[in-house]
Design a protein around this ligand. Structure first.
Ligand code: FRU
Length: 492
């Protein structure tokens, strides 16, 4: 029965996509090189993996409208992380254990087959304050070709959260990996009094799981719930990534509704204890959530996040779609920090190069050949005697997205108050001067901007919604700075 029911639900979803695809394809804010669904709503990346000669990325998907609804898993794959091929929808909800959604999860190859582990979500009628409003369990689906998935008859494979100081309802987003001949899985959770934590499970066969321990917890100041944990081993250092809900703003940090960050440390998988340093952000912009990581066949750790934020205004919804993924990023541990740089494959998107060198910057100016709505710009500035430096992009006479580098605080501010439609505000990231210089590496796509600072020291991601005529790029400084080098490429 499960098989037929699943096939029918997938067919229905496919028809909804076909009915709306053409309308969305024409929409002005559709990305050129970022992953987005053909129509409808997407959120978290899921099941990021390498299988059968290609990278696969799944995503939380509601194909029936541009708003969140019972979650399906959309699916794309790529040989080079730049050209993504749309694949059939992989999962649709409909079983007793996932009737209200196939929530986030991950993927792993075993015996030549691709397994995905996801959270089956069921809403319960709420019975007053404090009542548990949901059942969340961990489920498996398997595919022999990486395209068509069957849910296991044994689902759910982890039916409920373990006993202890563990919330009975909020138990989701399994990330599975293999280590030392065993399978491990970390699941997002919260304590009964609402502190985020991550739970570690182990298995010999990927199907029967045992709870090992509460692997890490936030002691109250890292939010009330950890969503979408991810784990990677980078040589001697282990990385735990999570997306805490509800961290309180601290100065100019944590201004988004929810955060995504990491802790570096060491996992003792026998005891299930992750000893770790402090929580640090993965992205200092407005829009980056629920990232997922994978180690690829070359040993690189890659990460993709959802480049949006819960409850933010999304002007593209008026056009029948919502949500994009970030560029794929490479992660590396250096000097106790996790550096994020754009995946090197993105260079394949480059069109003709425009270069400038040693340009004095003071009054606002543009540079020949540097403009557009879909580009990469790598610029190294020597601050010289300038107090601050301003780089604007997506500029028209009405609109601009503004980056200001402030020398005294060594921070970069990103302001989208005049960026166009959609949400406004300012975010700030650390940007240390090195030999008097700062390097900004920008990736713009029709409705997004990602800024990589100083080769991975910090990243800022934002959705912006300018008109199509806002293509200017402008440089200025308070004092005189030197643009040592600028490499610009139109991307497509
Ligand atoms: C994170 C999240 C996950 C959940 C999914 C539902 O953005 O809330 O915890 O699995 O989205 O779509």
């Amino acid at each position: 029965m499960t098989k037929q029911r699943h096939a029918a639900a997938l067919e229905k979803a496919k028809q909804a996509v076909e009915a709306n695809r053409a309308r969305c394809a024409e929409a002005p804010w559709r990305p050129v090189y970022h992953i987005a669904a053909p129509c409808g709503w997407i959120n978290d990346p899921n099941g990021f993996c390498y299988y059968d000669g290609a990278y696969h990325l799944f995503y939380q998907y509601h194909p029936y409208s541009a708003g969140w609804g019972p979650m399906h898993w959309g699916h794309v794959r790529s040989k080079d992380l730049t050209e993504w091929e749309e694949c059939p929808i992989a999962l649709a909800p409909g079983e007793a254990y996932d009737v209200d959604g196939c929530f986030s999860g991950s993927a792993l190859e075993k015996d030549g087959k691709l397994y995905v582990m996801y959270t089956g979500h069921v809403d319960l009628p709420v019975k007053g304050p404090g009542a548990c409003d949901r059942v969340e369990s961990q489920c498996l689906a398997v595919s022999a070709d990486g395209l068509r998935f069957e849910k296991l008859a044994a689902n759910p494979v982890i039916a409920k959260p373990p006993e202890g100081d563990i919330h009975p309802g909020h138990f989701r987003d399994p990330k599975i990996w293999r280590m030392g001949g065993k399978y491990y899985c970390v699941v997002g959770s919260r304590t009964k009094d609402e502190h985020g934590q991550a739970l570690l499970f182990a298995s010999d066969d990927i199907k029967r799981w045992e709870f090992v321990n509460v692997m890490a917890s936030g002691d109250g100041d890292v939010g009330f719930m950890w969503e979408c944990p991810s784990f990677e081993r980078a040589g001697e250092t282990d990385i735990l990534i999570c997306s805490p809900q509800g961290m309180r703003p601290r100065g100019k940090q944590y201004l988004n509704l929810h955060q995504s960050g990491y802790m570096l440390g060491k996992l003792d998988e026998e005891r299930g204890v992750f000893s770790h340093g402090p929580f640090a952000l993965l992205d200092y912009g407005f829009d980056f959530y629920a990232p997922q990581t994978m180690t690829d066949p070359n040993g690189r750790i890659l990460m993709i996040g959802w480049m949006d934020m819960w409850e933010s205004e999304m002007p593209e919804q008026a056009d029948g779609w919502a949500g994009v993924m970030s560029t794929p990023r490479e992660l590396a541990v250096r000097d106790g920090k996790l550096l994020s740089t754009p995946a090197r494959e993105l260079r394949r998107l480059r069109g003709a190069r425009v270069s400038h060198a040693n340009v004095a910057i003071s009054a606002p100016r543009s540079l020949a050949g540097i403009q557009g709505d879909c580009f990469e710009l790598e610029a190294v500035f020597d601050l010289q005697d300038a107090k601050s430096l301003t780089l604007k992009c997506r500029v028209s006479d009405r609109e601009e997205t503004v980056m200001v580098y402030d020398r005294s605080s060594q921070t970069l501010k990103l302001n989208r108050d005049r960026a166009g439609k959609g949400p406004k505000g300012e975010r700030e990231a650390p940007a240390t001067l090195k030999d008097g210089c700062v390097k900004l590496h920008l990736f713009a796509d029709r409705s997004s901007l990602e800024i990589f600072i100083n080769d991975g020291e910090a990243v800022m991601s934002a959705r912006v919604y300018p008109q199509t005529d806002a293509i200017g790029v402008e440089f200025s400084a308070d004092g005189t700075a030197m643009l040592k080098s600028a490499e610009f490429y139109t991307l497509g």
